[in-house]
Ligand binder design. Sequence first.
Ligand code: PLP
Length: 395
Amino acid sequence: MSGVDDPITAETSAQLGNYTRYEVTFTRGEGVQLFDAGGEAYLDMLCGIGVTTLGHAHPAVLEAVSAQSARLLHTSSLFWTEPAERLARRLVELTFAEKVFFCNSGTEANEAAIKLARSHAGRQGRQAHEIVVLSDAFHGRTMGALSATPQEDKQRPFAPLVPGFKVVANDDPEALRAAVDDDTCAVLLEPVQGEGGVQVISDELLLAAREACDAVGALLIFDEVQCGIGRTGTLFAHQQTPVVPDVMTSAKALGSGLPIGAMLVAEGCADALPPGSHGSTFGGNPVACAAALATLETVADDDFLTRVVDLGGYLKEALKPFGRVSGRGLMIGLDIDPELDAPGIVRSMLYEQRVIINATGPTTLRLLPPLIARSEHADRTVAALEAVLAAAAAQ
Ligand SMILES: *Cc1c(COP(=O)(O)O)cnc(C)c1O
């Protein structure tokens, strides 16, 4: 194998240039820290965009992954395996769901949900194929999930999109009610939007979606790919709202860094995907499921979740002097002065302060700290941000 002794850059990399990457190569992680090739430590307040939610090399995850890797890696979906069944049963115990489907990513979980919703409508004898989505939504990059993601720059190069998606404003319950009709098979939304700025969807809108779906027999689908798995202070974000969905998708933090997605389905909807109708070669992978079960057992604990709420409150309070703070628990957005450039702030945080955060737009910073972080990590982040923002404002 040829070496990568020199720093990897966009120019020297053999990988396709579809990502904008920072000029840092990480080789190791431990707890809240990442270490670069030179051994330099960074505070990871982003967790791989909300994935390594228990920090790096968490003992419970490490133990589950190594034990399961030694035992069995893969069998295909022609056979049962124990880790997937254990994980499915635990998810059913902890949620509204009756059945679970496993795949490998968030976008795949949403594809499954889109297919389930269309198939379900047909089986109910409804000629309904439309899916209502919200402005600023992000549901993934494959063609179905992309079609549900009303962001011009992401959609335009890949037209024509999958037809049948209708967009309403993410803060307008009446518009949502009006959009749901006999052609609607589902409403799909993130209870807390992630990529489109950190935006908490109001209970009023969630209730309107629930009522409108019930009135016509459409499914309410929550995409908790980013806001689930303890991120907002409850195991799933909707558990802090008055609304329960029919279908929920999960991924990102579910596997603590191993690729896994899941679609959770309420009683009465699971039949819409009968044998042969949908599948995934790697779905339900034993190692990914073992990692997910270890993650779930750690996060689904009242004391653990209380600490998420407490640290989230502490961090949000400390960020208030810098701009408008949004989000729930440890899913936090900070709208900074529009005169400042959020991506530039993120770069300075990384290169000068060695603190990892990111930006979800030109003026919104996003923090997704590991749920195991403590107040000293919040303090260090706030001090770094204060220094960087002051320097940027002085320019
Ligand atoms: C990241 C994300 C997705 C896509 O997940 P992938 O694993 O990247 O396919 C879908 N929905 C939401 C809300 C996300 O944040």
